[in-house]
Design a protein. Structure first.
Length: 434
């Protein structure tokens, strides 16, 4: 199989790394890729949203399967165009990608199928008075979300009426998110542990990958601003087998069946963001792609051939996959090394040192997120720069954490920042139940 991966982050690097282990994969291309991906694949300088040029490239190179990393090409309809050209691609069509592209679409969908999620109401920008009356009648905290994509910044947790009013003003009057904020969803605040699950599906059959917990805030102990994700570990300690069975029955199956019955079949990776509340698991959000950095811990502990699964999902034949062994004896922890200042302004172009020494260490993986080659050097080129993953023994999360941090300490660039408490949640949870 010749495979193309579309994207340039740590998530895509982890997918390429996993694909490179498949005996069935003969060649991997990446558009545009990054210096880490370039060690395993041929990187092609095309834009991820230039669908027509990508299609021409796939035809010229006789590529068997394309895999889409980020959400934007999916929402632009890259899958629909590939299908028109009879080319195989892993990902949902534009109409199904609405599960991430519009919060209101996702909430209304869940409501139709009784899929547990936070209670909500929605308003458009010509209903500002109604929105303000509504928040006045509610309990706080309240969560206000822009309907459309807002680069991960469109969710505000409001502690008071004042906060709510200011947020509504920001969305509807100051237009801080433009079109994406012209509709809002206002929802009940849910409390509990947050867990990410990836479901790979051909629209009917599905495979659930090991669970993960992301660390979205910039500072230790989940303080400070939201980021794209500062680290993750897998499997999530707080998710029991009983939770998972329930999630499968009341969330995953009705979602896939509901989409199919509405003539909007969902193929690809469905990212189910969950809150484990006292009333049971509830959906926080759907994403229509793999998560970043969760992929950097989930794929390293999957034992199966991911190329086969991608291929059969795209082909509508997931039933042909017989075994998907997840090695329950392993865990993985990923720490993101970020540029000082992220998620606000930061400098780029800082030389990165220490990367070479891990080439022979099987349990440490270095995934590139925001890096660039300048001459023989690798320099920083983004807010999130590297994801360092350690793979360890599931019985000893302490050791995996120690290993990842001792690897992180061997890497350096000017202004490198990382959280010191990734996967501490796992230990706290263990202490709580013991
Ligand atoms: P979203 O973009 O919908 O994933 O929201 C970003 C983050 O805000 C989530 O990962 C949660 O940590 C938090 N969040 C979103 N909705 C809620 C909610 N209803 N209750 C509590 N936290 C939420
Ligand atoms: N890690 C969160 C996301 O990928 O959306």
């Amino acid at each position: 199989m010749k495979i193309l991966i579309i994207g340039s982050g740590g998530r895509e690097h982890a997918i390429v790394w996993k694909l490179s282990q498949s005996p069935k994969v003969t060649k991997i291309f990446a558009i545009p890729g990054n210096p880490g991906i370039a060690q395993l694949a041929e990187c092609i300088e095309l834009k991820v949203d230039d669908t027509e040029k990508i299609i021409k490239f796939v035809k010229d190179e006789k590529i068997d399967l394309a895999i889409v990393g980020p959400e934007i090409p999916l929402m632009n309809g890259i899958v629909d165009r590939f299908e028109e050209e009879k080319l195989l691609i892993f990902g949902p069509r534009k109409s199904a990608a609405m599960l991430e592209g519009s919060k209101l679409f996702a909430k209304n969908f869940m409501k139709r199928y009784f899929i547990p999620t936070a209670q909500f109401n929605s308003f458009t920008n010509n209903e500002i008075g109604n929105a303000i009356n509504y928040v006045q009648s509610q309990k706080y905290p309240l969560v206000i979300k822009a309907d459309g994509l807002a680069a991960g910044k469109g969710v505000v947790i409001c502690e008071s009426f004042e906060d709510c009013k200011n947020t509504i003003q920001d969305y509807f009057v100051n237009n801080i998110f433009g079109e994406a904020g012209k509709k809002i969803v206002i929802e009940e605040y849910m409390q509990g542990e947050e867990v990410s699950l990836f479901v790979l599906t051909d629209g009917e059959k599905y495979i659930i990958l090991p669970s993960a917990q992301d660390h979205k805030k910039i500072l230790d102990d989940d303080k400070g601003k939201n980021t794209g994700g500062m680290g993750a570990y897998s499997p999530a300690r707080c998710l029991t087998k009983q939770n998972l069975d329930e999630i499968e029955k009341i969330i995953i199956q009705p979602t896939l069946l509901g989409m199919k019955n509405e003539g909007n079949i969902y193929k690809g990776c469905l990212y189910v963001g969950l809150m484990l509340t006292n009333d049971g698991p509830k959906v926080v959000e759907f994403n229509v792609r793999f998560g970043d950095p969760e992929t950097q811990v989930v794929l390293p502990i999957c034992e199966f051939d991911i190329a086969d699964i991608f291929y059969q999902c795209a082909n509508g034949n997931l039933n042909l996959i017989e075994k998907t062994n997840v090695d329950n004896s392993k865990n993985a922890v990923c720490v993101i090394c970020a540029s000082n200042g992220y998620p606000d302004e930061y400098e780029v172009g800082k030389q990165i040192t220490g990367l070479e020494q891990f080439k022979t260490q099987d349990n440490i993986l270095i995934f590139h997120s925001g890096t660039k080659n300048i001459g023989n050097e690798i320099v920083t080129n983004g807010g999130r720069v590297l994801g360092i993953t350690a793979i360890g023994d599931e019985k000893n999360i302490h050791q995996t954490i120690n290993e990842v941090y001792s690897a992180v300490k061997k890497i350096n660039f000017d202004g490198m920042y990382y959280r010191k408490d990734i996967a501490k949640k796992a230990i706290l949870w263990l202490n709580k139940i013991n």
